[in-house]
Design a protein around this ligand. Sequence first.
Ligand SMILES: Nc1ncnc2c1ncn2[C@@H]1O[C@H](COP(=O)(O)OP(=O)(O)OP(=O)(O)O)[C@@H](O)[C@H]1O
Length: 709
Amino acid sequence: MMMMTGRGDGGSGGGGELAHKRAKHGGSGGRHTAKTKEKVKKVVEFKDKGTKTGNRGSDADKGSGSSGNSDAGKKEMSAEEIGKLREDLPIFNARPSLMKMIKQQQFNIVIGETGSGKTTQLPQYLYEDQINAYKDKHGKRRYGAIAITQPRRVAAITVAQRVAWERSSKVGKLVGYSVRFDELTSPSTRIKYMTDGMLLREAMSDRHLEQYSVIVLDEAHERTVHTDVLFALVKDIAQKRQDLKVVVMSATLQADTFVNYFGGQVQPFHVAGRTYPVEVMYTREPVEDYIQAALITITQLHQEGDEEGDILVFLTGLNLSSACCTMHMPESLQQLMVCPMYGALAPQEQLRAFAPAPPNTRKVILATNIAETSITIHGIKYVVDPGLVKQRVFNARTGMDVLSVVPVSKAQARQRCGRAGRHTSGTCYRLYCERTFLDLPTDTEPEILRCNLSSVVLQLLALNVEDILGFDFITPPPESALIAALETLHALQAISDAGKLTKLGKKMAQFPVEPKLARTLLFTNKFMCLNEILSLVSLLAVENIFVTPHRAKAKAEAKKRLFLSSEGDHATLLKAFTACKKAKFSGSWCFDHFINSRAMRTVVDTRKQLKDLCVRLNLEDTSCAPDTVAYRKCLLAGFFQNIALLQPDQSYKVVKTNQETHIPSCILFNELVLTNRRYMRNCCIIDPSWLVEVAPNFFSRQQEDQGQH
Ligand SMILES: Nc1ncnc2c1ncn2[C@@H]1O[C@H](COP(=O)(O)OP(=O)(O)OP(=O)(O)O)[C@@H](O)[C@H]1O
């Protein structure tokens, strides 16, 4: 197998050569360390056409063909067959000692390789061994729920589907899931997969998480800000609830951090070995254009790889759609089914990637890092990994998010690799050199060190955590970031001068959206524009509803002009939404108008969920159409800190921080982002006289400050 690109120094198959070095990955049993885990053994470069990668022939696909995912899992299996599948997983041998340990101690740390069965099996063992049993105050035996947190919603949903299938049950019965804007559980649910954010949210109404007997914090190595906060919360709850069991599961060896945090007595439990080997290939030389290289690699795999075997490609969100547009294959070849998979897609669209490809068709999944951990996509034999990820880093001083594409950590690279080798052996093509891999940071930097903390601080306050600066974070964020978050919340009047949560703040904390958007929603009663703001908040939750394919750019822009408004992006978005609604959100209408129908479906779902919440909070069902002033004023009620004023040199200055930004027009913006320049995103025109009218506290103080200088 050759990987072709513009090197042209031989190799059969024509074209240049993207020579890959080969290394073996996994396939071993026994304890491992970070060093031995990545058994990098250089083998030959791939020059001979006949050389096979990945499939060593000996380990035929033992997979069931039945994944338990939405559309997959058509093949019926008996309970015995399913039992056999479960027993084949590496974690099965460890079951007795693992359960013995969890019965004996309150805090547990489980480290296991990707695919060993942690996520799907351990919760079932806990349930089967009744570790979730407790006696109620009348001495009656009861069974609490087992919560298993996941950093990403797609993992929570698909793993729940898989486990429900393994138990010959339907999702929502014994096994359920709960993610933002979507929940499938019932009173009989005992195994509940949920996003870490959802468990945090639940803690706001059930401070001691009483309904759970066991809390499993999975994919702990990802160190999302929500998981980090959960560490502290669960540690605190466990001190008050001796009956609560806590299991921290991780694929990598950050065990020391966890051990120290949980008091030093906990010995991590190691689960050995992955199911099937995955070979790792590196390029011989650095790749200049990794999208191009990824596309060439896909073509090569498609033409010359094994007949069967789907391909999972990791791209960054920034380039995913353009890659989708570029993908076309020679017609003489069997077809390719291309499935995008990224956070902003509607959940059901993300799940499409899990459905099996039609006969004689190879599936190519173009995914962001949402496909990096926990998930199993049946049929994936090849992983193509350029080793990059889009990262958002918040700068507390400027109040600006910096969006950049950065190299992944070794831990992430291994996770990506681990998406293959789950049903059969596989190959991971890293589109970078081995040297580069060795220089990558070992672990991903905890998100809490680089994100905007205002949402989290608001949630902590809603959880009655009073001393935010002294909070027992596993990795404390910089004090400046916490102070910036408190200042933002104070300006939004979510907290009082004494730092206590206000009535408004309590309501804001109930919305699963950032505090500024929550405040905007809560001001709709005043400006009589709930309908418009609900649509806008939902529209802002997706990346982009407009599609601009390369080959039809002019046409797409012409269609977009139908919705353009001189008042700004919000009016444009609303016009498009209203027109789409009039067309009953029909797919063909969306197609004709270059609107992303999937994104639109997400908008509709989100809007419905938010509306239910607004009804519960007694917000009136109002609309200001066709007036736009009311909703722009209402936006200002949430985003009065996001104002830029036109300067004599035609640039804009952000009122709060005096930074110059460059964008054609407009004054209120939802987001300030730095890529290669500073951009305001989602802007609309504001009449300066509204500033003091809508946010008198903030602007009179601002004027006083300026007067003093
Ligand atoms: N949705 C699914 N469809 C088909 N097979 C699945 C599915 N989920 C899990 N499996 C099978 O179960 C195995 C164990 O998966 P599990 O998610 O429990 O592993 P894990 O140790 O948690 O891995 P990771 O750390 O990568 O999440 C997989 O390798 C695969 O063979």
